[in-house]
Structures are given as structure tokens and as C-alpha cells.
Design a protein around this ligand. Structure first.
Ligand code: FMN
Length: 186
């Protein structure tokens, strides 16, 4: 493995080891333990619902706690309404060094609302979402996506180009399809 410095937009990372965002796992204590023992160049919050941020939900506010934490920290938001995503980006930008958009979550309760990996099937919406988020933050915007919805629709390259043209600074690809969930080797 090659350990190098990495730059995302104007944010300099000490190394290219990134702690993946994990809902229910990457909370403040977990991130602090990881930073203490393996010093990743970047850590992510758990995914935060843009709607919940928009409606000022108390539980979601707790997920934004970064008290005493070393920077940089990426805040991951999810949703499919460009305006609501823009408003959520504005809120998290008060604390985040990077704003990351979730386009990979395969959970039925997320997908049924058109969010997470479902966005891979609506490329036009992706452009609007990334543009709105970029417009509403002065932080670098990144996207984490899957390689496609299923094996008949591997569209990561097409989607990545849309995301890049819409102004994102970096893209992470989870090398599975939505239908693969977390199974099969990448
Ligand atoms: C419990 C769990 C929760 C996850 N939650 C998120 C999430 O909130 N946002 C996200 O983009 N990816 C999420 N992921 C995906 C991971 O960030 C990562 O991309 C994925 O596990 C691929 O790495 P692996 O092949 O080592 O498992 C989650 C994965 C796991 C196992």
C-alpha cells in the first residue's frame, strides 16, 4: 500500500487512508478511536438525512457532534430533493470540512424515497443535486456512489462525468451494485 498525502479541493489530507462512512458505526467516539490508533487522513460522519436537517430534527443534530475532534471531517448527507439537499449542505457546512453526498445506500427504506443508490437511476436529478449542494457551500463537495444499480446497468462512468461537470471535487466508488448490497467481493 502506498501512503501519500491527498488534496480534495483546498482540503489537505495527511494521508490517503479514509475511514468509510458507516451508518450506526462512525459516530463521534468511533471516529476518535480510529483517529487515535490509525490516524486516517479523513473521517466521515454517519449519513445524515437532508430532510431531517431541514426540519431541525434533534436526533440528527446529535449526529453532527464533533466536539474535541481533530479535523478534517467530512459530513455525509443523503436525499433526492435538490433544494432540500442545498439547505442541508448549508447547515452541515458550518461544521464540515467536506460535504459528501450519499449515492450508494442500498437500504429499501432509503431507496423507496428515491435517495441513496436509487439516484443512479435518475442521472438528471444527480446533476441538479450536485449543483445545488456546490452552490450552497464553500467547502469541497464529494460523492460516494456504487458502480451501478445492478449488473445490467453499470453506469458509474456516465454518472461520474455528470458529477464532475456539476462541480464535485472527488468521487468514491463502492465497487458493488445496489443489488449486491454488501455481499460478493469487490
Ligand atoms: C454497517 C455499514 C454501514 C454503512 N453505511 C454507509 C453510509 O452511511 N454511507 C455510505 O456511503 N456507505 C456506507 N457503507 C458502505 C461503506 O462505506 C463501504 O463503502 C463499504 O462497506 C465497502 O467496503 P467493504 O468492501 O470493505 O465492505 C456502510 C457499510 C457498512 C458495512
Amino acid at each position: 500500500m502506498y501512503i501519500n498525502k491527498l488534496k480534495i479541493g483546498d482540503v489537505e489530507l495527511q494521508n490517503n487512508i479514509l475511514l468509510a462512512p458507516m451508518a450506526g458505526i462512525t459516530d463521534l467516539p468511533f471516529r476518535m478511536i480510529c483517529k487515535k490508533y490509525s490516524n486516517p487522513g479523513l473521517v466521515y460522519t454517519e449519513m445524515l438525512s437532508s430532510k431531517a436537517l431541514f426540519y431541525n430534527d434533534e436526533k440528527t443534530k446529535k449526529l453532527m457532534n464533533i466536539n474535541g475532534e481533530k479535523r478534517p471531517i467530512a459530513f455525509q448527507i443523503f436525499g433526492s430533493d435538490p433544494d432540500v439537499m442545498g439547505k442541508a449542505a448549508k447547515i452541515v457546512s458550518q461544521y464540515a470540512d467536506i460535504v459528501d453526498i450519499n449515492m450508494g445506500c442500498p437500504a429499501p427504506k432509503v431507496v423507496k424515497n428515491g435517495d441513496g443508490s436509487k439516484l443512479l437511476q435518475t442521472p438528471n436529478l444527480i446533476e441538479d443535486i450536485v449543483k445545488k449542494v456546490v452552490k450552497n457551500t464553500n467547502k469541497p463537495v464529494t460523492v460516494k456512489m456504487r458502480k451501478g444499480w445492478n449488473n445490467d446497468s453499470i453506469n458509474a462512468i456516465e454518472i461520474a462525468k455528470i458529477i464532475e461537470n456539476a462541480g464535485a471535487s472527488a468521487i468514491t466508488i463502492h465497487g458493488r451494485t445496489r443489488e449486491e448490497y454488501y455481499s460478493r467481493t469487490c
